[in-house]
Design a protein around this ligand. Sequence first.
Ligand SMILES: [Zn+2]
Length: 161
Amino acid sequence: MEAGAEFAGAWPLSGLPRLGESLRESGGEVGFRLAFARDLEGRGTLRGEIAARLVLTCQRCLGALTWDVKAPLELALISGLDEARLLPEELDPLLVSEASIRVLDLIEDELLLALPQIAMHEPGECVPPGPEVIAEGGEPVATGAPNPFAILGALARGGKG
Ligand SMILES: [Zn+2]
């Protein structure tokens, strides 16, 4: 690879099984853009960024929650595992011999790290589904719609000054 070489692409989220367990919908893809360079110590590095729009399940309203991820990816190409120990912390080791397989693994790792501990809409944006809502179709309705009760809350606060 030449210094300055760049490669970009996208990979379907459905092809990332570990991430898939956390997703509500497996459609969409993760985009990546990486540039090859040599650092001051002569190491080959791949640096760039990944971006994906994930659809998670809100743990409060059980509706769909869109989660945008944009994360840096900084990899060092190494030819042996002992080299990994010498890397600065911000660089993830990537064995040259298995680079093409492992890159996806590392991208998946980054996406997993970017997941919220508990997926949830912003406070006030949703409420737990009431029994009558669930009864209608087994699925909570009005996901993503403004919470009608938020207006009541605002009015109540305004009334108290
Ligand atoms: Zn919610």
